[in-house]
Write a protein that binds this ligand. Structure first.
Ligand SMILES: [Zn+2]
Length: 302
C-alpha cells in the first residue's frame, strides 16, 4: 500500500469568459509515503496561469510564490499529467479537507475542459481523520481545524516547514498522518472515488427550499408547540416565505398564547437541514421585519 498526500495553492482571479472568479491552481505539491508513512518521493510543480499575467499580492504574501515563479511554471494540463504519473503506484490519495477537491473539479471543467483530469482511486480527507483524533483527545471546537493548529496540537516540529507552500503542507500532513493513524477510523473515512456518488456529492450545491409543498419537507416541522405551556398550537395563518424562512402565526389550543412560528429548510446531498424559531405574534400582514424578537432558537436534523 502506498499513499499520496496532495496539496494545492491557488490564486483567485476574474475569469472573463464566465464572468466570475476562479480559484486557479498555481502550485501542486505531493508526497508519496510507504505503508509505514515513510517518505518515498516528493513532487512540486509551479503552474503558469492561462488567465492572468501576474499573481495577486495576497497570493504572494501567503505562499511566497511570485509572478516570476508563476510565469516560469508549466501549463496546468502538463502538471496534472506529471501528477498522474507520480501517483500511478499509489492506492490512496489524501488532502487536508476536501476544499482542494472542489478547486480540482472546477479547474478541470473550466481550464482543462475535462480533457485532462487528476487521477484518483481511493480518497481520504485527512483533516477529518486528524480532527477526529484531536476531538478524542479533548479538542472541542467544531470548526475546521487549520493544518498549523493540528500540527501544534500533536507537537509536530514544524520549524523546517513553510506553511502554505504545497509541498511543505503535504509533508506536514504526512507527519500528522503518522502521529494520528488509526486503522479502523482510516478505513471508515476512506472513500472510493470510482463510485459515481463520490463526485456527485461534491458537485451538489446545497439550496434552501422555498416551496412549502416541496416533498422533501417533513410536515412535522410545520407543527409547533406552545412556548408557554408546551401544548400543541394551532396554525392560524397561511405560511409566508421570506428571506429563506417560512413563517406562520400560531395560537395555543390550551392557554391561548399567540406566537409566530418560523422554519427554514436547506436541501443538502444527504439530508434536509431544518432550523426553527419562535417569534412574537405578527399582527400586521406583509410585514416580515416587524416583531422579529427571537424567543427561542432550535435546530433539528431531519
Ligand atoms: Zn400554551
Amino acid at each position: 500500500m502506498k499513499y499520496v498526500i496532495l496539496d494545492l495553492e491557488w490564486d483567485t482571479v476574474y475569469y472573463p469568459p464566465q464572468k466570475r472568479f476562479v480559484n486557479q491552481i498555481l502550485q501542486i505539491g505531493a508526497v508519496k509515503l510507504d505503508e509505514n508513512f515513510n517518505k518515498l518521493d516528493t513532487l512540486e510543480l509551479n503552474i503558469k496561469s492561462q488567465i492572468s499575467k501576474k499573481v495577486s499580492k495576497r497570493f504572494t504574501d501567503i505562499t511566497g510564490i511570485t509572478t516570476e515563479d508563476m510565469l516560469s511554471g508549466i501549463p496546468l494540463y502538463e502538471a496534472v499529467e506529471k501528477y498522474n504519473t507520480f501517483v500511478k503506484d499509489t492506492q490512496v490519495a489524501m488532502t487536508w479537507s476536501d476544499t482542494d477537491l472542489y478547486t480540482i473539479l472546477d479547474n478541470q471543467k473550466v481550464l482543462l475542459k475535462e480533457k485532462v483530469t487528476f487521477s484518483f482511486d481511493k480518497y481520504l480527507d485527512l483533516q477529518k481523520l486528524v480532527q477526529g483524533e484531536m476531538q478524542r483527545k479533548g479538542y472541542e471546537s467544531k470548526n475546521q481545524v487549520s493544518l498549523e493548529s493540528a500540527a501544534q496540537f500533536f507537537k509536530i516540529d514544524t520549524k523546517k516547514f513553510e506553511f502554505h507552500t504545497a509541498l511543505d503542507d503535504s509533508l506536514v500532513c504526512g507527519e500528522l498522518l503518522k502521529a494520528t493513524f488509526n486503522k479502523d477510523r482510516f478505513n471508515e473515512l476512506l472513500k472510493d472515488t470510482k463510485n459515481p456518488e463520490f463526485f456527485a456529492r461534491l458537485r451538489f450545491k446545497a439550496r434552501p427550499i422555498s416551496n412549502i409543498k416541496d416533498e422533501a419537507i417533513d410536515k412535522k416541522h410545520l407543527e409547533f408547540r406552545c412556548p408557554e405551556c408546551n401544548a400543541q398550537a394551532k396554525n392560524v395563518s397561511k405560511w409566508k416565505y421570506h428571506n429563506r424562512w417560512f413563517s406562520a402565526n400560531f395560537k395555543c389550543a390550551h392557554c391561548g398564547f399567540k406566537f409566530n412560528g418560523r422554519v427554514s429548510f436547506k436541501r443538502t446531498y444527504d439530508e434536509v437541514l431544518v432550523k426553527r424559531r419562535i417569534c412574537e405574534y405578527r399582527v400586521k400582514k406583509n410585514d416580515m421585519q416587524s416583531m422579529s424578537k427571537e424567543v427561542q432558537l432550535t435546530s433539528n436534523r431531519n
